[in-house]
Design a protein around this ligand. Structure first.
Ligand code: NAI
Ligand code: MG
Length: 500
């Protein structure tokens, strides 16, 4: 079944996708309780790539039970050093299977194999290594007390940082393996147990990661992976009364549903949601860097990045030059199947995303936007869209206000550096922003005033396991990565002893 397995496909990958993939519950690979499966597609061809177990409420139930048992059992008795070592081992296993993960990501998501191998996979292994180091460094404090109503008494007071418990993690399809790593890393470092629900569009790499988790030697039930749809498996996980925390990455719309679902047992919630990030180019920028940087800010991962630089603001005197430059970059991008080593941009992930992006393009044209390059679907099969630069756009247009999540940037001129801050901040989102200038005072003044969780200066899309990432406003709650993320997975216990 599946696509015709061409000789270029990595043999282990061909074998992996050849039979219906089961999911991981309590250390065992099992089919869904209902026996159902669902298809995942190859976005370069639109053909079915593999069949996956379709988990639902009952499978979530079993997985949560396994995670609860593991949390109380061997996992909680393991030392922090042992947890860290397992994570380091997992990181090494991921690197050892770089090629295989590259193929899985490329086939399932559509992204270029070369990029998956150079970025997604090593970023995932590095995340586990960085978080492995934190396992042994989660410390509380000792706290001097001065209780006024017990004069003369002495106390020893200290805090413990404890894992929150069973965590539900729901991830999207734009960086399937990396999003799994961002979520699992801090949970495992802090001693939580997990039920992970990958996106239905791209479940393959998480399932392969599950096999490596077993191979590394994590105890049964520490990581459970339930594949299935959001409305069923995802919703059941978000609402489950024995889940202590839910971490979600995806659309702002579903983020709000997660908050409602979490209200039943008031589980802790962190959210990493959408964006409409402003990318601001000043006339004193080094355009040799700013032009390709602004192109890659939007076109990287086909624009399917929550932090994509989708609103390009350019100072008037250089506006034409920058727009032409970004358009020239767009024209040069080789669009094609992710498996072709020459491909720089693959297809969008799904037919839904293709329709959504094309719908935005039509809405933009209807409102008066013009495409200086691109503007259409590309190819006669698969979910390809041309890299697109829109001009004649204004802030009230749908293409400027809403997240498109495709390779489409709206360019707009500005004349006064003072005017740009309110325009850049005029968004319900606040995930990322960038400024391009050689004036360091201006760069840091802008960084202070932009209402965004990340501000890049003379660069874009720079990610590191040590650097916190997350949103202001409706872009989310909490931060991923860095030591910030550990707060999401731990809770503080105050211990107070009378000692005299
Ligand atoms: P989505 O938010 O529906 O999907 C993300 C994850 O949530 C998937 O695992 C999905 O199965 C799950 N999910 C869906 N409905 C759920 C529910 N009711 N309860 C629990 N889990 C649920 O995103 P979708 O539909 O794939 O993409 C739509 C738009 O969302 C994109 O066009 C883009 O604008 C945005 N998006 C943002 C991402 C980000 O990185 N912040 C990633 C993916 C999408
Ligand atoms: Mg959806």
């Amino acid at each position: 079944m599946g696509i015709a397995v061409s000789p270029e496909i990595h043999p282990q990958v061909a074998e992996f996708i050849d039979k219906p993939r089961p999911m991981l519950i309590n250390g065992k690979w099992v089919q869904a309780a209902s026996g159902k499966t669902f298809p995942t597609y190859n976005p370069a061809t639109g053909e079915v790539l593999a069949k996956i177990a379709e988990g639902d409420r009952e499978d979530i139930e079993r997985a949560v039970r396994a995670a609860s048992k593991a949390f109380e059992g061997p996992w909680s008795r393991m030392t922090a050093s042992e947890r860290g070592r397992l994570m380091w081992k997992l990181a090494d296993l991921i690197d050892a299977h770089n090629e295989e993960f590259g193929y899985l990501e490329s086939l399932d998501n559509g992204k270029p194999l070369t990029i998956a191998k150079a970025a997604d996979v090593p970023l995932a292994s590095e995340l586990f290594r960085y978080m492995a180091g934190w396992a042994t460094k989660l410390e509380g404090n000792t706290i001097p007390l001065s209780v006024p109503y017990t004069p003369g008494a002495q106390y020893l007071a200290y805090t413990l940082r404890e894992p929150v418990g069973v965590v539900g993690q729901i991830i999207p399809w734009n960086f399937p393996l990396l999003m799994a790593a961002w979520k699992l890393g801090p949970a495992l470092a802090t001693g939580c147990t997990v039920v992970l629900k990958p996106a239905e569009q791209t479940p393959l790499s998480a399932l392969r990661l599950g096999e490596l988790i077993c191979e590394a030697g994590f105890s049964d039930g520490v990581v459970n992976i339930v594949t299935g749809y959001g409305e069923t498996a995802g919703a059941a996980l978000a609402a489950h009364p024995d889940v202590d925390k839910v971490a979600f990455t995806g659309s702002t719309e579903v983020g709000k549903l997660i908050v409602h679902a979490a209200a039943g047992n008031l589980k802790k919630v962190t959210l990493e949601l959408g964006g409409k990030s402003p990318n601001v180019v000043f006339k004193d920028a080094d355009l040799e860097v700013a032009i390709p940087g602004s192109a890659s800010a939007i076109f990287f991962n086909h624009g399917q990045c929550c932090c994509a630089g989708s609103r390009l603001y350019v100072e008037k005197s250089i506006y034409d030059q920058v727009v032409e430059g970004v358009a020239a970059q767009a024209k040069k991008i080789r669009v094609g199947s992710g498996l072709d080593p020459k491909t720089q941009m693959g297809p969008l992930v799904s037919t839904e995303q293709l329709d959504r992006v094309c719908g935005y393009l039509e809405a933009g044209f209807a409102e008066g936007a013009k495409a200086v390059v691109g503007g259409h679907k590309a190819g006669d099969r698969g979910y390809f869209v041309e890299p697109t630069v829109l001009v004649d756009t204004t802030e009230n247009m749908k293409v400027v206000k809403e997240e498109i999540f495709g390779p489409v940037v709206a360019a707009m001129p500005f004349s006064d550096p003072e005017e740009i801050i309110p325009r850049a901040n005029d968004s319900t989102y606040g995930l990322a922003a960038a400024v391009w200038t050689k004036d360091i005072d201006k760069a840091h003044r802008m960084a202070a005033q932009l209402r965004a969780g990340t501000v890049w200066i003379n660069c874009y899309n720079i990610f590191d396991a040590a650097l916190p990432f997350g949103g202001y406003k409706q872009s989310g709650w909490g931060r991923e990565m860095g030591h910030d993320v550990l707060n999401n997975y731990t809770q503080t216990k105050a211990v107070c002893a009378r000692i005299g």
